[in-house]
Design a protein around this ligand. Structure first.
Ligand code: KG4
Ligand code: ZN
Length: 361
Protein backbone atom coordinates (compact mmCIF):
# COMPACT_ATOMS: atom_id res chain seq x y z
CA UNK A 1 0.00 0.00 0.00
CA UNK A 2 1.35 3.44 -0.94
CA UNK A 3 0.70 6.45 1.32
CA UNK A 4 1.56 9.91 0.08
CA UNK A 5 2.40 12.23 3.00
CA UNK A 6 2.25 16.04 2.79
CA UNK A 7 3.67 18.44 5.39
CA UNK A 8 3.40 22.24 5.22
CA UNK A 9 2.73 23.34 8.80
CA UNK A 10 5.60 25.82 9.13
CA UNK A 11 8.74 26.64 7.11
CA UNK A 12 9.17 23.26 5.41
CA UNK A 13 7.33 21.97 2.35
CA UNK A 14 7.65 18.22 2.23
CA UNK A 15 6.16 15.26 0.37
CA UNK A 16 6.96 11.62 1.11
CA UNK A 17 6.08 8.25 -0.36
CA UNK A 18 5.68 5.48 2.23
CA UNK A 19 5.24 1.87 1.20
CA UNK A 20 3.19 -0.08 3.74
CA UNK A 21 4.19 0.71 7.33
CA UNK A 22 7.93 1.00 7.32
CA UNK A 23 9.49 1.69 3.92
CA UNK A 24 10.10 5.37 3.23
CA UNK A 25 10.67 5.37 -0.54
CA UNK A 26 11.15 9.14 -0.71
CA UNK A 27 11.02 12.07 1.70
CA UNK A 28 11.65 15.34 -0.15
CA UNK A 29 11.94 18.55 1.89
CA UNK A 30 12.14 22.12 0.61
CA UNK A 31 12.95 24.52 3.44
CA UNK A 32 12.24 28.25 3.34
CA UNK A 33 14.72 28.80 6.19
CA UNK A 34 17.11 30.87 4.03
CA UNK A 35 14.26 33.34 3.43
CA UNK A 36 13.62 33.86 7.15
CA UNK A 37 17.23 34.11 8.38
CA UNK A 38 17.48 37.90 8.11
CA UNK A 39 14.35 38.27 10.29
CA UNK A 40 15.65 35.98 13.07
CA UNK A 41 12.55 33.76 12.98
CA UNK A 42 9.84 32.37 10.71
CA UNK A 43 7.72 35.01 8.91
CA UNK A 44 4.32 33.30 8.32
CA UNK A 45 3.53 35.07 5.03
CA UNK A 46 6.91 34.14 3.55
CA UNK A 47 6.52 30.53 4.73
CA UNK A 48 3.10 30.07 3.10
CA UNK A 49 4.18 31.70 -0.16
CA UNK A 50 7.20 29.40 -0.29
CA UNK A 51 4.95 26.36 0.22
CA UNK A 52 2.61 27.55 -2.51
CA UNK A 53 5.52 27.88 -4.95
CA UNK A 54 7.17 24.61 -3.97
CA UNK A 55 4.42 22.09 -3.28
CA UNK A 56 3.99 20.88 -6.84
CA UNK A 57 7.73 20.70 -7.50
CA UNK A 58 8.30 18.73 -4.29
CA UNK A 59 5.36 16.41 -5.08
CA UNK A 60 6.77 15.49 -8.52
CA UNK A 61 10.25 15.03 -7.07
CA UNK A 62 8.90 12.68 -4.36
CA UNK A 63 7.13 10.53 -6.98
CA UNK A 64 10.21 10.50 -9.21
CA UNK A 65 12.53 9.42 -6.37
CA UNK A 66 10.10 6.72 -5.23
CA UNK A 67 9.68 5.56 -8.83
CA UNK A 68 5.87 5.63 -8.71
CA UNK A 69 3.08 7.17 -10.80
CA UNK A 70 0.15 9.15 -9.31
CA UNK A 71 -2.12 6.18 -10.00
CA UNK A 72 0.00 4.06 -7.57
CA UNK A 73 -1.08 6.22 -4.61
CA UNK A 74 -3.60 4.48 -2.30
CA UNK A 75 -4.00 7.11 0.48
CA UNK A 76 -3.17 10.82 0.81
CA UNK A 77 -2.19 11.95 4.34
CA UNK A 78 -1.74 15.63 5.19
CA UNK A 79 -0.89 17.73 8.26
CA UNK A 80 -3.96 19.75 9.26
CA UNK A 81 -2.54 21.26 12.48
CA UNK A 82 -1.10 22.64 14.60
CA UNK A 83 0.83 25.21 12.59
CA UNK A 84 0.65 28.45 10.64
CA UNK A 85 -2.76 28.85 9.10
CA UNK A 86 -1.61 29.97 5.63
CA UNK A 87 0.94 27.17 5.36
CA UNK A 88 -1.55 24.55 6.56
CA UNK A 89 -4.07 25.69 3.94
CA UNK A 90 -1.55 25.15 1.14
CA UNK A 91 -0.96 21.51 2.11
CA UNK A 92 -4.60 20.73 2.92
CA UNK A 93 -5.91 22.24 -0.36
CA UNK A 94 -3.29 20.41 -2.40
CA UNK A 95 -4.04 17.12 -0.61
CA UNK A 96 -7.81 17.46 -1.02
CA UNK A 97 -7.51 18.19 -4.71
CA UNK A 98 -5.13 15.28 -5.23
CA UNK A 99 -7.21 12.78 -3.22
CA UNK A 100 -10.39 13.85 -5.02
CA UNK A 101 -8.85 13.66 -8.48
CA UNK A 102 -7.31 10.23 -7.81
CA UNK A 103 -10.43 8.98 -6.03
CA UNK A 104 -8.45 7.84 -2.97
CA UNK A 105 -9.02 8.38 0.79
CA UNK A 106 -7.70 11.53 2.47
CA UNK A 107 -6.41 11.37 6.06
CA UNK A 108 -5.85 14.47 8.23
CA UNK A 109 -2.80 14.10 10.49
CA UNK A 110 -1.89 15.90 13.71
CA UNK A 111 1.70 17.16 13.36
CA UNK A 112 2.52 16.49 17.05
CA UNK A 113 1.31 12.89 16.93
CA UNK A 114 3.35 12.40 13.76
CA UNK A 115 6.55 13.63 15.47
CA UNK A 116 6.15 10.90 18.08
CA UNK A 117 5.38 8.03 15.70
CA UNK A 118 8.43 8.93 13.56
CA UNK A 119 10.47 6.75 15.95
CA UNK A 120 8.34 3.69 15.14
CA UNK A 121 9.23 3.55 11.45
CA UNK A 122 11.10 0.26 11.17
CA UNK A 123 10.45 -0.73 14.82
CA UNK A 124 7.58 -2.34 16.71
CA UNK A 125 5.25 0.20 18.37
CA UNK A 126 5.37 -0.30 22.18
CA UNK A 127 2.01 -0.91 23.88
CA UNK A 128 2.71 1.82 26.42
CA UNK A 129 5.28 4.57 26.54
CA UNK A 130 6.10 8.11 27.64
CA UNK A 131 6.15 10.62 24.77
CA UNK A 132 8.57 13.53 24.95
CA UNK A 133 7.76 16.15 22.35
CA UNK A 134 10.43 18.83 21.98
CA UNK A 135 10.07 21.16 19.01
CA UNK A 136 10.17 24.85 18.14
CA UNK A 137 6.53 25.32 19.12
CA UNK A 138 5.79 22.56 21.65
CA UNK A 139 7.26 20.94 24.73
CA UNK A 140 5.21 18.25 26.42
CA UNK A 141 5.30 14.93 28.22
CA UNK A 142 2.51 12.48 27.51
CA UNK A 143 1.51 9.00 28.58
CA UNK A 144 0.42 6.68 25.77
CA UNK A 145 -1.46 3.48 26.39
CA UNK A 146 -3.48 1.53 23.80
CA UNK A 147 -3.96 4.56 21.55
CA UNK A 148 -5.07 6.88 24.38
CA UNK A 149 -3.03 9.91 25.37
CA UNK A 150 -2.81 11.80 28.67
CA UNK A 151 -0.73 14.97 28.84
CA UNK A 152 1.33 14.85 32.05
CA UNK A 153 3.32 18.05 31.66
CA UNK A 154 3.95 20.91 29.26
CA UNK A 155 5.69 24.23 29.03
CA UNK A 156 4.01 27.17 30.70
CA UNK A 157 5.88 29.67 28.50
CA UNK A 158 8.48 29.02 25.76
CA UNK A 159 9.01 25.70 24.01
CA UNK A 160 12.51 24.28 24.40
CA UNK A 161 13.34 24.79 20.69
CA UNK A 162 12.07 28.35 20.96
CA UNK A 163 14.43 28.90 23.92
CA UNK A 164 17.36 27.67 21.76
CA UNK A 165 16.28 30.10 19.02
CA UNK A 166 15.89 33.08 21.38
CA UNK A 167 19.17 32.47 23.22
CA UNK A 168 20.98 32.17 19.89
CA UNK A 169 19.51 35.49 18.86
CA UNK A 170 20.54 37.28 22.03
CA UNK A 171 24.07 35.91 21.68
CA UNK A 172 24.16 37.55 18.23
CA UNK A 173 24.04 34.18 16.45
CA UNK A 174 21.69 33.00 13.71
CA UNK A 175 18.40 31.16 13.27
CA UNK A 176 17.52 28.38 13.95
CA UNK A 177 19.44 28.41 17.22
CA UNK A 178 19.52 24.68 17.98
CA UNK A 179 22.17 23.48 15.52
CA UNK A 180 24.29 26.64 15.99
CA UNK A 181 24.37 26.34 19.78
CA UNK A 182 24.99 22.59 19.62
CA UNK A 183 28.08 23.16 17.48
CA UNK A 184 29.51 25.86 19.77
CA UNK A 185 28.65 23.81 22.87
CA UNK A 186 31.08 21.08 21.81
CA UNK A 187 33.96 23.46 22.63
CA UNK A 188 32.40 24.92 25.79
CA UNK A 189 33.12 24.35 29.49
CA UNK A 190 30.06 22.72 31.12
CA UNK A 191 30.95 24.29 34.50
CA UNK A 192 31.31 27.90 33.36
CA UNK A 193 27.76 28.93 34.38
CA UNK A 194 25.16 27.39 36.67
CA UNK A 195 21.48 27.63 35.90
CA UNK A 196 18.84 26.42 38.32
CA UNK A 197 15.61 24.71 37.36
CA UNK A 198 12.47 26.70 38.26
CA UNK A 199 10.09 25.16 40.79
CA UNK A 200 6.59 24.72 39.37
CA UNK A 201 3.32 23.48 40.85
CA UNK A 202 3.23 20.48 38.53
CA UNK A 203 6.73 19.04 38.68
CA UNK A 204 6.44 17.65 35.12
CA UNK A 205 5.73 21.11 33.63
CA UNK A 206 8.47 23.23 32.07
CA UNK A 207 9.39 26.90 32.07
CA UNK A 208 12.18 28.32 29.92
CA UNK A 209 11.66 32.07 30.33
CA UNK A 210 13.81 32.26 33.50
CA UNK A 211 16.68 30.41 31.83
CA UNK A 212 16.54 32.83 28.90
CA UNK A 213 16.63 35.82 31.26
CA UNK A 214 19.54 34.29 33.19
CA UNK A 215 21.50 34.03 29.92
CA UNK A 216 20.61 37.64 29.12
CA UNK A 217 22.01 38.78 32.49
CA UNK A 218 25.28 36.94 31.88
CA UNK A 219 25.53 38.55 28.43
CA UNK A 220 24.99 41.99 29.92
CA UNK A 221 27.51 41.34 32.70
CA UNK A 222 30.07 40.31 30.10
CA UNK A 223 29.43 43.32 27.91
CA UNK A 224 28.93 46.05 30.47
CA UNK A 225 30.87 44.63 33.40
CA UNK A 226 27.77 44.32 35.63
CA UNK A 227 26.67 47.98 35.37
CA UNK A 228 23.61 48.79 37.45
CA UNK A 229 20.18 49.51 36.05
CA UNK A 230 20.00 52.87 34.33
CA UNK A 231 23.74 52.88 33.61
CA UNK A 232 25.31 51.75 30.35
CA UNK A 233 23.06 49.59 28.24
CA UNK A 234 20.23 47.93 30.10
CA UNK A 235 22.17 45.80 32.56
CA UNK A 236 20.03 44.49 35.37
CA UNK A 237 16.77 45.13 33.53
CA UNK A 238 15.10 41.75 33.04
CA UNK A 239 12.11 43.35 31.32
CA UNK A 240 14.18 44.44 28.33
CA UNK A 241 13.17 42.51 25.24
CA UNK A 242 15.68 39.78 24.48
CA UNK A 243 15.60 40.51 20.78
CA UNK A 244 16.95 44.03 21.43
CA UNK A 245 20.17 42.66 22.83
CA UNK A 246 23.08 42.58 20.41
CA UNK A 247 25.54 39.87 21.34
CA UNK A 248 27.77 40.41 18.33
CA UNK A 249 30.80 41.65 20.32
CA UNK A 250 30.98 38.65 22.62
CA UNK A 251 34.24 36.65 22.67
CA UNK A 252 34.20 33.17 21.22
CA UNK A 253 35.10 31.33 24.45
CA UNK A 254 32.20 33.05 26.23
CA UNK A 255 29.84 31.99 23.41
CA UNK A 256 31.02 28.37 23.55
CA UNK A 257 30.76 28.20 27.37
CA UNK A 258 27.31 29.80 27.34
CA UNK A 259 26.06 27.53 24.54
CA UNK A 260 27.29 24.50 26.49
CA UNK A 261 25.78 25.48 29.84
CA UNK A 262 22.48 26.61 28.32
CA UNK A 263 22.18 23.45 26.21
CA UNK A 264 23.02 21.16 29.11
CA UNK A 265 20.51 22.85 31.44
CA UNK A 266 17.68 23.01 28.89
CA UNK A 267 18.10 19.37 27.92
CA UNK A 268 18.76 18.11 31.46
CA UNK A 269 15.28 19.31 32.37
CA UNK A 270 13.56 17.42 29.56
CA UNK A 271 15.52 14.25 30.32
CA UNK A 272 14.74 14.48 34.06
CA UNK A 273 11.03 15.09 33.55
CA UNK A 274 10.60 12.32 31.00
CA UNK A 275 12.43 9.85 33.26
CA UNK A 276 10.34 10.90 36.25
CA UNK A 277 7.14 10.42 34.19
CA UNK A 278 8.32 6.95 33.14
CA UNK A 279 8.83 6.03 36.81
CA UNK A 280 5.41 7.41 37.75
CA UNK A 281 3.63 5.44 35.00
CA UNK A 282 5.78 2.35 35.28
CA UNK A 283 6.89 2.59 31.62
CA UNK A 284 10.20 1.32 30.36
CA UNK A 285 10.11 3.16 27.02
CA UNK A 286 10.48 6.89 26.36
CA UNK A 287 9.81 8.08 22.80
CA UNK A 288 11.28 11.40 21.72
CA UNK A 289 10.04 13.53 18.81
CA UNK A 290 10.36 17.09 17.47
CA UNK A 291 13.21 19.12 15.98
CA UNK A 292 15.24 19.37 19.21
CA UNK A 293 15.75 15.59 19.15
CA UNK A 294 18.20 16.16 16.28
CA UNK A 295 20.61 17.27 19.05
CA UNK A 296 23.53 14.82 19.27
CA UNK A 297 24.32 15.56 22.93
CA UNK A 298 20.71 14.75 23.90
CA UNK A 299 20.75 11.49 21.93
CA UNK A 300 23.97 10.25 23.53
CA UNK A 301 23.36 11.50 27.04
CA UNK A 302 19.75 10.32 27.27
CA UNK A 303 20.55 6.87 25.87
CA UNK A 304 23.40 6.50 28.38
CA UNK A 305 21.31 7.72 31.32
CA UNK A 306 18.25 5.51 30.80
CA UNK A 307 20.24 2.38 30.01
CA UNK A 308 21.68 2.57 33.54
CA UNK A 309 18.18 2.33 35.05
CA UNK A 310 16.78 -0.40 32.80
CA UNK A 311 14.76 1.89 30.50
CA UNK A 312 15.16 2.63 26.79
CA UNK A 313 14.73 5.77 24.75
CA UNK A 314 13.70 5.81 21.08
CA UNK A 315 14.73 8.60 18.71
CA UNK A 316 13.68 8.94 15.07
CA UNK A 317 16.32 8.85 12.36
CA UNK A 318 17.85 12.31 11.84
CA UNK A 319 15.95 13.00 8.58
CA UNK A 320 12.71 12.11 10.35
CA UNK A 321 13.45 14.38 13.37
CA UNK A 322 12.88 17.79 11.84
CA UNK A 323 9.61 18.61 10.06
CA UNK A 324 9.13 16.11 7.22
CA UNK A 325 6.33 14.31 5.38
CA UNK A 326 7.64 10.78 6.11
CA UNK A 327 6.28 10.98 9.66
CA UNK A 328 2.97 12.37 8.33
CA UNK A 329 2.61 9.45 5.91
CA UNK A 330 3.33 6.99 8.72
CA UNK A 331 0.74 8.49 11.08
CA UNK A 332 -1.78 8.75 8.20
CA UNK A 333 -1.27 5.07 7.37
CA UNK A 334 -1.96 4.10 11.01
CA UNK A 335 -5.12 6.22 11.20
CA UNK A 336 -6.41 4.80 7.93
CA UNK A 337 -5.75 1.22 9.00
CA UNK A 338 -7.66 1.83 12.24
CA UNK A 339 -10.75 3.40 10.65
CA UNK A 340 -10.76 3.40 6.84
CA UNK A 341 -14.34 4.65 6.63
CA UNK A 342 -13.59 7.93 8.38
CA UNK A 343 -10.88 8.75 5.84
CA UNK A 344 -13.19 8.19 2.90
CA UNK A 345 -15.49 11.05 3.87
CA UNK A 346 -12.85 13.58 4.75
CA UNK A 347 -13.11 16.25 2.06
CA UNK A 348 -14.35 18.82 4.60
CA UNK A 349 -10.89 18.75 6.22
CA UNK A 350 -9.43 22.19 7.00
CA UNK A 351 -6.33 23.61 8.71
CA UNK A 352 -6.54 24.00 12.52
CA UNK A 353 -3.64 26.16 13.84
CA UNK A 354 -4.03 25.21 17.54
CA UNK A 355 -4.88 21.53 17.15
CA UNK A 356 -4.12 19.46 20.30
CA UNK A 357 -2.79 15.92 20.59
CA UNK A 358 -5.78 13.61 21.12
CA UNK A 359 -4.78 10.07 20.38
CA UNK A 360 -1.65 8.35 19.21
CA UNK A 361 -0.15 4.97 18.37
O1 KG4 B 1 9.99 20.12 14.89
P1 KG4 B 1 10.65 21.29 14.23
O2 KG4 B 1 11.41 21.05 12.96
O3 KG4 B 1 9.57 22.40 13.93
C1 KG4 B 1 8.48 22.60 14.78
O4 KG4 B 1 7.49 21.81 14.69
O5 KG4 B 1 8.61 23.51 15.65
O6 KG4 B 1 11.60 21.96 15.34
C2 KG4 B 1 12.36 23.11 15.09
C3 KG4 B 1 13.14 23.46 16.35
C4 KG4 B 1 13.83 24.81 16.28
O7 KG4 B 1 13.49 25.55 17.43
C5 KG4 B 1 15.32 24.44 16.28
O8 KG4 B 1 16.16 25.41 16.90
C6 KG4 B 1 15.32 23.13 17.03
O9 KG4 B 1 14.15 22.47 16.58
N1 KG4 B 1 16.50 22.32 16.70
C7 KG4 B 1 17.45 21.97 17.59
C8 KG4 B 1 18.45 21.26 16.85
N2 KG4 B 1 18.06 21.21 15.54
C9 KG4 B 1 16.85 21.85 15.46
N3 KG4 B 1 17.56 22.20 18.92
C10 KG4 B 1 18.66 21.72 19.55
N4 KG4 B 1 19.67 21.08 18.91
C11 KG4 B 1 19.61 20.82 17.57
N5 KG4 B 1 20.60 20.18 16.96
ZN1 ZN C 1 7.50 19.94 14.01
Amino acid sequence: MITLGIETSCDETSVSVLEDKDTVRSNVISSSLFRHKEFGGVVPEIASRHSLEQIEVVYHEALRKAKIKPSDIDIVAVTYGPGLIGSLFVGVCFAKTLAYSLGVPLVGVNHLEAHLVASFIGTKTPSKYIGLLISGGHTSISYHHKGQVAILGQTIDDAVGEAFDKVSKLLGLGYPGGPILEKLARKGNPKAFRFTKPKLKNDLDFSYSGLKTAVLHEVQKKKYGGAKQGQRGNAGDPTKRLSDEDGSQLPNDFLCDMARCFQDAALEWVMDHATEAAHQKDCETIVVGGGVCANGYLREEFTRKVSRIGMRVLFPEKLLSLDNAGMIARRGYEIYKKSPRKANSNLKLTGIPNLKMKSCA
